[in-house]
Every structure is written in structure tokens, then in C-alpha cells.
Design a protein around this ligand. Structure first.
Ligand code: ATP
Ligand code: MG
Length: 303
């Protein structure tokens, strides 16, 4: 057991060295983007799945982490049924490659499953085993998209703070807007190095999206002294609803729908957006280190 932990620690060190080499050679380290919302049911999972597909079509290697502890999410929208999740990696039953599911079209998915519920309570050996096995992912992925649950629970925040890039999804509904603002406020209190960007989903007019964006970013600037960026909006589209009923991503089911066009544009916009500086990007290994050791990272504000 001790030998195995030792071995995994070595593996992790090798991955660190590889990463350091990549960084000094100017290679782009994986981007890690959490997609969250204050209120549930606003469209996070559909955003994650369709942005992933659009990025994959641009030849990016995309991995989705389903970090929602609630009901199965990604599986439903993609029509997948992953048999294994991170719990199996933690318990040593599976290695990471056996848990990654090929979702087709160049997208891979990992289910957090019950393994995410108490990441913070792992033993040192379990933690080392998990981190060691996740190190393998670093060289396999350009973008990791993390579908978190809704709200401001510790588990959601853990992923957001570890990721450092956050897309906050809201809809024009007043409760979704106030809950989005609450999430922004909580994140800003905990860390000053998360890049936040707002995305307004299910909008009926461009003006509506603009008003909501100006409202939220304006309030954040005034009361939190925080710059919240914007990824614009996505239209309300009945094709998306039909696609969900068919358990297919709208991109696949309805390639010419308004939502599909908007997702292509959004993916390009996300990819072209200046990512956080390479030195401050966590990389996949460091991301998971932070997730399993909440409180360990820098940049936390006191109080
Ligand atoms: N652009 C859109 N146009 C029309 N309906 C939409 C759109 N986006 C989402 N929806 C509707 O909202 C539902 C919920 O979407 P989704 O599951 O992606 O939300 P979520 O934020 O991941 O929810 P949860 O918080 O439960 O994980 C979809 O099944 C669909 O009916
Ligand atoms: Mg969801």
C-alpha cells in the first residue's frame, strides 16, 4: 500500500516536471473553466455539453468533469451512461483511463459521482492515489469544463476556487439574477484571483441580455469593486428543449438551430478570450490538488 502511494507520488512529480517543461517551452497549459449558477435549472449542463462539442470541432481536446452531486446531468443531456466515476479511482478499483468515457465527437467525460461528496475527507493515501492518477490527464486535455451544481454550497465553491475561470450562467428570471449576484459576491469574498464572466441564457432579445449584463456587472463594480466580464447571451430556443427530450445535445440533434449557432460563437469567444496568465493557470493536476485540499491555495481573502 505504502509502495503504491510512493509510486503515485512519483508519478505526480513526473507530471509536475512535464508541466514545468511545457510552460517553459511556452506551451499553452490546459484551461480549466467552471460553469456555475446561483439558481438551478438555468442551462449550465447544456452550455457545458454544447460548448465542449463546438470546441472539439475546432480540434481542441475537451474533457468534461460532471461535478454536480445532484442527479445525473451530463449523462442525460448526452445520452451516456458512465459505469464508473471518481469514486472508483479513489477506492483503487479503476484507473483514470477506465473512468474517462468517450462521448463521441472528440469529447471525453468523467463523472465525479459519489466520489466528490467528501473529497476533503480523504486519507493522505487516497488523496495521493487520486492526484497521481489525475496527473495523467494533463497531457491529454486542452480544456477542462467543470459542470458544477447550482448555489453557494462548499462543494460548488471548492471547484470554482480551484478552477480560477468561472462562467456564471443566469437567465432573465429575477430570482436567477439575484442568485447569480449572490454567487459572485461569495466568490469575490473568498478569492481575488478567479476570473468571472457572465452568460445570460434563454434571452428573447439582445436588448434584454444587454440590460441584465449591465445591471449585474454594474452592481458588482459599485458594491464589490469587482470587474465581472461577459460572454454575452444565448437565445431561448425550443429546439434545445426538444433536443433535451431526445437526450441529445442540440448541436447534434439540430445543427441549424439558433442555439447551435450561438454555441459555436460562444465557444470561439471563450477560446479567444485572454486566459489567465500561464503562471497563474492551475493546470489539471493543480486543479485537483486544490479540490482535494480546500484552503491550501493562495489568493484567499481573509474574512
Ligand atoms: N437556451 C435555452 N432555450 C430554451 N430552453 C432552455 C435553454 N437552456 C436551457 N433550457 C431549458 O432548461 C432546462 C435545464 O437546462 P440544464 O439542465 O442545462 O440546466 P442546469 O443549470 O444544468 O440545471 P441543474 O441546476 O439542475 O443542473 C433544459 O432542459 C431546457 O428545458
Ligand atoms: Mg446541470
Amino acid at each position: 500500500m505504502k509502495d503504491q502511494a510512493e509510486q503515485l507520488r512519483n508519478l505526480a512529480n513526473v507530471a509536475w516536471a512535464e508541466r514545468a517543461r511545457a510552460m517553459s517551452a511556452g506551451t499553452r497549459a490546459s484551461r480549466i473553466i467552471a460553469i456555475s449558477s446561483g439558481k438551478g435549472g438555468v442551462g449550465k449542463t447544456n452550455v457545458v455539453v454544447n460548448v465542449a462539442l463546438a470546441m472539439a470541432r475546432q480540434n481542441r481536446r475537451v474533457l468534461i468533469l460532471d461535478a454536480d452531486l445532484g442527479l445525473a446531468n451530463i449523462d442525460v443531456v448526452m445520452g451516456l451512461a458512465p459505469r464508473f466515476n471518481l469514486q472508483h479511482v479513489i477506492s483503487g478499483q479503476k484507473n483514470i483511463r477506465e473512468v474517462v468515457v468517450e462521448a463521441g465527437n472528440g469529447v471525453q467525460v468523467i463523472s465525479g459521482g459519489s466520489g466528490l461528496a467528501d473529497l476533503a475527507n480523504l486519507s493522505d493515501a487516497q488523496r495521493d492515489a487520486l492526484i497521481g492518477s489525475l496527473a495523467e490527464l494533463e497531457s491529454m486535455v486542452d480544456v477542462l469544463l467543470v459542470d458544477t451544481g447550482a448555489g453557494i454550497g462548499p462543494n460548488v465553491l471548492q471547484f470554482i476556487l480551484a478552477a480560477q475561470e468561472l462562467i456564471i450562467v443566469t437567465t432573465p428570471e429575477p430570482t436567477a439574477i439575484t442568485d447569480a449576484y449572490s454567487l459572485i459576491k461569495v466568490v469575490s469574498r473568498l478569492s481575488n484571483d478567479v476570473t468571472l464572466r457572465l452568460l445570460v441564457n434563454q434571452v428573447r432579445t439582445a436588448q434584454e441580455a444587454e440590460d441584465i449584463t449591465n445591471n449585474i456587472t454594474g452592481v458588482a463594480r459599485r458594491f464589490l469593486h469587482l470587474e465581472v466580464g461577459s460572454y454575452g447571451s444565448l437565445p431561448y430556443d425550443s429546439f434545445l428543449i426538444k433536443a433535451v427530450r431526445r437526450q441529445m445535445p442540440v448541436m447534434v440533434a439540430y445543427p441549424n438551430s439558433p442555439a447551435t449557432y450561438a454555441f459555436h460563437a460562444l465557444a470561439a469567444r471563450i477560446w479567444n478570450e485572454e486566459p489567465p496568465a500561464l503562471e497563474s493557470r492551475p493546470g489539471i493536476l493543480n486543479f485537483f490538488r486544490r479540490v482535494v485540499r480546500p484552503g491550501d491555495w493562495d489568493g484567499r481573502r481573509n474574512g
